[in-house]
Design a protein around this ligand. Sequence first.
Ligand SMILES: [Fe+2]
Ligand SMILES: [Fe+2]
Length: 187
Amino acid sequence: MPEVLNRLHKEHADLTRLLDLLDRQLALFTAGKPADYDMIGAILQYCLEYPDAVHHPKEDLIYGVLRRRDPVLAAEVGDLEEEHRDLAELTRTLAELIERALAEEPVGRDQVRDLTRDFIRRYRYHIAREELHVFPAARQVLSDRDWAEIDGRLGDRDDPLFGEVVADYFHALRDDIDSLAALAKGD
Ligand SMILES: [Fe+2]
Ligand SMILES: [Fe+2]
């Protein structure tokens, strides 16, 4: 498998862990219990800093080549760039809402819950479509030379949460992720 697809696949697994954490927060909301706004805010901040700034542009590069090589197939798998723009907008809207809640401004609990639910659903759906349709289409159509060109155009920007060096702001979130993983393994 091309190296960039390995990387994107790993990032999908990482993102899924964050969506699992958000699901737990959503369950608290639904049960009428207090949610961890700091954690939700950190997850959204990460999505703005890495998936929206690095992960999605990598996919847009692949999609751009796919569209040039096979416009019909590209149209069949959907408009990836538009989905990325919509996801980024939803992320910014929800992040602003959480920021206001953290600043103790009046924020509707139902609005936070509904937007969080929408965010989780759309992100999961987006990842599934990429894994099931977009990446297989790209593998079918792109040549070794295409993949090598894409690899050459990608900058090496470190992941501030799942990379080797965790940024200060994300330390608490990293601990939450590790705790959830330990729980899942039954440690
Ligand atoms: Fe994407
Ligand atoms: Fe993706």
